[in-house]
Design a binder for this molecule. Structure first.
Ligand code: HXC
Length: 265
């Protein structure tokens, strides 16, 4: 099934895998308020579908960019207070991605700069082509990251590499991003990237959907908390997973030496 909506964000779905494409190639898919609102709506609609959605691939159209950042042209007309509202909107989109009960893979081909890098960081995994480029160039515009870069980049690459990237505004290539741990997997071209992302979602889909969703919730909720808090969040999630029908099915299938048949309950 494909839901083609006119506008800057397209959602295409097949076999439980949704591909969300930011489609504004003339501006290298820059995030205007309109794009952010459409993205938020797209992820809310996917969340409402529940367990039918097994995974999401978030990508950019046009072959040159994932997202080249917040829309600089649109930002030029904003007051500081309006810009802060835009930043909050970006954080809401990130929360929607993190709140979705299915894994989201950022498929990055070309530029993922500023808000684009931050949007990718809100996803569960970042996969990239060799042509991908990452950076937080905000200081070159007299700004700082505003869609979560100061929060998620240090968690992804450690505080040293994050500070260097944010203070220099430097752009790094896919190989360096992979070495830093920003990119989980690297592919030769876009076709291989999309196929690789889909294959991993299919691999994940063979598992108990609720367990994957709870694992995502726990990883997200525990991120940045102290060990005792994180451990408490894990035990609470473990208990919820233990109480699912799918856990019973997983155990029964193991003991009966057969493949499990999970229902998402
Ligand atoms: C609006 C953008 C854009 C952006 C590119 N374009 N990036 N428009 N916002 N972030 C537009 C250009 O104006 C141009 O439009 C077209 O896309 C093609 O870009 P070019 O610059 O001509 O391409 P190229 O020379 O190849 O350079 C590519 C580039 C460069 C290196 C990616 O475009 C660039 O530096 N872009 C800005 C990157 C950036 O600073 N991002 C961070 C933004 S701040 P025309 O009409 O001229 O053809 C941010 C803050 C987040 O993200 C938090 C906010 C709350």
């Amino acid at each position: 099934a494909t839901s083609e909506t006119p506008g800057p964000v397209r959602v295409e779905e097949s076999d439980g895998v949704a591909v969300v494409t930011i489609d504004r190639p003339k501006a290298l898919n820059a995030l205007s308020a309109e794009v952010l609102t459409a993205l938020g709506e797209a992820f809310a609609a996917l969340a409402a579908r529940g367990t039918e959605v097994r995974g999401v691939i978030l990508t950019g159209a046009g072959g040159r960019a994932f997202v080249a950042g917040a829309d600089i042209r649109a930002m030029a007309d904003l007051t500081a207070a309006e810009a802060a509202r835009l930043a909050r909107l970006g954080h809401e989109v990130a929360a929607g991605i993190e709140g979705l009960g299915a894994p989201v893979i950022a498929a990055v081909d070309g530029f993922a700069l500023g808000g684009g890098c931050e949007l990718a960081l809100a996803c569960d995994l970042i996969y990239a082509t060799d042509a991908a480029k990452f950076g937080q160039p905000e200081v070159r515009l007299g700004l700082i990251p505003g869609f979560g870069g100061t929060v998620r980049l240090p968690r992804a690459v450690g505080p040293q590499a994050a500070r260097e990237l944010i203070y220099t505004g430097r752009t790094i290539d896919a190989a360096e991003a992979e070495r830093l741990g920003l990119v989980a997997r690297r592919f030769a071209d876009r076709e291989a990237l999309m196929a690789g992302a889909r294959a991993v979602i299919e691999e994940i889909s063979a598992n108990a959907h609720t367990a994957v969703a709870i694992a995502k919730q726990v990883l997200t909720a525990a991120d940045g908390t102290d060990t005792a808090t994180a451990s408490g969040i894990e035990v609470e999630g473990f208990e919820r997973a233990f109480a699912t029908e799918d856990h019973g099915e997983g155990i029964a299938a193991f003991l009966e030496k057969r493949d499990p048949s999970f229902t998402g309950r």
